[in-house]
Design a protein around this ligand. Sequence first.
Ligand code: 6R9
Length: 658
Amino acid sequence: MSSDQPTELKTHQPPAALVAAARVSGMAAYHALVAEAEADHEAYWGRLAREFVSWKTPFTQVLDSSQAPFFKWFADGTLNVSHNCLDRNIERGLGEKTALIFEADDGAVTKVSYRELLAKVCQFANALKARGVKKGDRVVIYMSMSVEGVAAMQACARIGAIHSVVFGGFSAQSVRDRVQDAGAVMVITADEQLRGGKQLPLKAIVDEAIALGGCETLKNLIVYQRTGGKINWHPERDRWLHEELAGQPSTCEPEWVEAEHPLFLLYTSGSTGKPKGVQHSTGGYLLHAALTTAWTFDLKPDDVFWCTADIGWVTGHSYITYGPLALGGTEIVFEGVPTYPAADRFWKTIEKHKVSIFYTAPTAIRSLIKAAEGNAAVHPKNSDLSSLRILGSVGEPINPAAWEWYHANVGGGRCPIVDTFWQTETGGHVITPLPGATPMVPGSCTLPFPGITAAIVDETGADVPNGSGGILVIKKPWPSMIRTIWGDPERFKKSYYPAELKGYYLAGDGAIRDKDTGYFTITGRIDDVLNVSGHRMGTMEIESALVSCTELVAEAAVVGRPDDTTGEAICAFVVLKRSRPTGEEAKQIATQLRNWVAKEIGPIAKPKDIRFGDNLPKTRSGKIMRRLLRSIAKGEAITQDTSTLENPAILDQLTQAN
Ligand code: 6R9
């Protein structure tokens, strides 16, 4: 994306009417907040924690750095997240307000008020307690988008159980690994999920995961009946959700937990090894989820908010299950896919529910641009999108061309786009425009959220001047930061607080700040993490999945290459145990390996390209030279120094292989 650096692009000012009414109104207000945080970091966060969160016992200390980098926020305060999201809104008079608008795959709509959602969550919480789930227990949730999925998360929060949602596209092996690592006592799933008119298995995958072994901590499996499709039943272990809920009281005293009590684990990919369980807190996490929903999305009482992410990703946690509900908002929970029944589903759904704030991923926008260019009938201009006032983007850099299209065709030229940079580990937005303040430059996530001390440094932790790229860090701790990696505090320290970076949080992305504006542009991961359609995947993870096909594969190296639609595409270079296949046979084996990876990790990890070689380019010391593989994958001429290569001839072979 070097050809479209933001400095050459025009700046878009937020519309005056929006600025006038915004929660953070104008750049002066933004700078005042930044200055307040700079003057006294703790006082600033303490003030906001009192304003945005309701505490059972007020905290007396904001930040405890005594065991850095294991920071504690608001540690002696107690609260309950589900009380903040539900009861508190009812106390404010919002009981009859719609909390969730469930838009099913087939277009059926179910509206759930705050009062109804509270009753459902309480029943669910009581059902979990009846099965022996208690504070601190881990519960894996493997469900598609549903009211029940949101309620399951809130119910865990209500009783102090720690949820770990696993995205419905992950394989049995991945489910097993997560259940095992978390030591989960329960899995909540559905019989099947509905996506794009198709019924896809969920319960059957959990059965398979358990059959793989290693899930000894698991006592119960609760199954939400979504489709009524045929499933196997293990009466000693499996329970229907509707039977568990029947007869449970619709009130449940919240479990008041300490602010540092873990709210959830969410597994995400890193540069080495298996996915790691990112652990989030209760108090600090809730504060940032609520605060960013208020300031980045300017959420107001009349808004209809729609975040299209899945609850299996952090975006679904912060901007479906927690942030909007903490503010008493009304939001869409969407079960389907953007292309069903046609590629105008997003636009028709915005029109149908008069959505005013719409938050999606660049990969979805790019594929809908393609669809609209190929078929005028699904172009957003055929839908009434006048209810929209703010648009958002998340998950990967949005290229300026997609930004401009989104702005003009979806936002009618009048809606600011908040390009929100953040990570599973950060809990909420860390660099983002504020819609009623920040002038926007397409392709740039602009400026740090007030109170987030984002900066760009070199390998020694020294600041680099604007205009020079470097490593993105966050200098001071912030309330919603990752607390640890579940069961592996050493890995937490090594991954995020490496000794050479002076105690700064290492994000894992490269970035550059504009010389004049100081605006940040993310240049991509600096580790071995790929971003495919906004999904994070470790190259090592895919490599180990490939080599675990021991019958066929001797060695594999995985790299990313740019892709117009998915951002990055997965490219695998594979050495087989047998001779190098060509033609039809190569195609067949490639298909077999793709399916293998889908089984090991999930379909999202299937390599797009698989190339076979007699060997891989290696240095004399035996290191695979991934930078050469990246050039080959991109189809670039190799200009790098190859003198340290042991086997230079392999480059020609891999370049030609397909
Ligand atoms: C929220 C989420 C995190 C990684 C992150 C970065 C990329 C996310 C971005 C962005 C550029 C943005 N990323 N948002 N890159 N601009 N607005 O996506 O969390 O799944 O943990 O991914 O995604 O590379 O490090 P997660």
